[in-house]
Design a protein around this ligand. Structure first.
Ligand SMILES: *Cc1c(COP(=O)(O)O)cnc(C)c1O
Length: 358
């Protein structure tokens, strides 16, 4: 399905090594990309693994006007045995298909999605950092048809790009501060909250900017109808840790079904903790933090993995979580997940997907 056209002037090894030393997040890109096109008459065609370069896009391309776009975020790791592995990539493929369906876009067959991701990991394998780093993969699809009428487009481009990344939050396991948004919501019932689409992010940026202005790392959104129930961060799910019990908001349709979220639930249950997927109100959050019943809070997602929450700020004040540091449950779950992702611990759920050199 894919024609491979290797980069004629790939980054020299010494420059690549320098870039890999401190890649940050989302700033350094590998040499190649994978592209695939879809048209209503031809379906998926023209698969290429080729040099990463800008797109030629008609100014009337539907994505630029009506935001018909979906994406995924996943990582390839160097594993303890010297190999390379993806973490639960079939889940990303499935979610990508569901997001596409919600945005009235054609599904990329799951096998094709996996082939595209694997092809990029293989050709750019030298870009996978060792140590704490990983290769962040960004599959995405957008409406490329030049047409200003409002209907699902009849031409799409699917693409995968990759960037070597270090730790998402500088300073490693430092606890983050959350801002509870009073003015903005992220998703409404019947909306696109459970689809991974750029439009959700566009609508959340002003709230994230408000969080930053208030000295916070991330914004946390409450539900749109009652403005009471905690939903999630702009790009991460959230967990509340009580004695022997974890609480996380249910997948109501307004929340992105995180693969890290699902993995944490499984690991917690394996460890004998009870996990309750149920609505949790901001009023309870404040009261439980004050009483000390609430031990820890953490956010999770592919990019940052698991980040402890140390403090919560809102228009009416602020409150700390525990002793404001990375708590023992948060730390244990993060370490377990990271160890599995890197092939340094047994993988009882068969989450690792080895990528073999071809
Ligand atoms: C991607 C994303 C997450 C986390 O999902 P993972 O599969 O764990 O990376 C959570 N919330 C939103 C809004 C997201 O876009």
């Amino acid at each position: 399905m894919f024609t491979t056209l290797p980069h004629p002037r790939a980054t020299p090894a010494d420059l690549r090594a320098a870039l890999l030393e401190n890649p940050g997040f989302g700033k350094v890109f590998t040499d190649h990309m994978v592209t695939l096109r879809w048209t209503s008459d031809q379906g998926w065609h023209d698969g290429q693994v080729r040099a990463r370069e800008p797109f030629m896009l008609d100014p009337a391309a539907a994505v630029l006007h009506y935001a018909q776009e979906v994406f995924e975020g996943m990582k390839a790791y160097k594993t303890a045995d010297g190999g390379v592995a993806l973490f639960r990539p079939a889940e990303n493929a499935r979610r990508f298909a569901r997001s596409a369906e919600r945005l009235a876009m054609p599904a990329v067959p799951q096998a094709l999605f996996l082939q595209a991701v694997e092809a990029l990991v293989k050709i750019d394998a030298d870009w996978i950092p060792g140590g704490e780093g990983s290769l962040y993969l960004r599959p995405f699809m957008f409406a490329s048809e030049a047409f200003l009428g409002v209907r699902p487009a009849e031409a799409y481009t699917f693409c995968v790009i990759a960037c070597p990344v270090g730790a998402y939050f500088k300073g490693g396991a430092k606890a983050i501060t959350l801002w509870v948004s009073d003015d903005y919501t992220r998703a409404a019932p019947g909306g696109t909250g459970d689809a991974k689409c750029g439009g959700n992010y566009a609508g959340s940026l002003i709230a994230q900017a408000e969080a930053t202005r208030n000295g916070c790392d991330q914004v946390v959104f409450l539900d749109a109808a009652e403005h009471r129930w905690v939903e999630e961060l702009g790009g991460m799910n959230i967990f509340f840790v009580f004695d022997e019990v974890l609480v996380t908001p249910p997948l109501s349709g307004a929340i992105l079904p995180g693969i890290t979220r699902a993995s944490i639930i499984a690991l917690a249950q394996d460890a004998g903790l009870r996990v309750e997927e149920r609505p949790y109100g901001f009023d309870s959050w404040r009261a439980d933090a004050a009483s000390g019943r609430l031990r820890e809070v953490f956010a999770c997602g592919t990019a940052a993995v698991v980040a402890a929450v140390g403090e919560v700020r809102h228009a009416g004040g602020a409150f700390p979580i525990g002793d404001r540091t990375d708590g023992p449950i948060t730390r244990r779950l993060r370490e377990q997940l990271v160890a599995i992702q890197r092939g340094a611990a047994p993988d009882p759920h068969a989450w690792l997907h080895p990528v073999t050199a071809s």
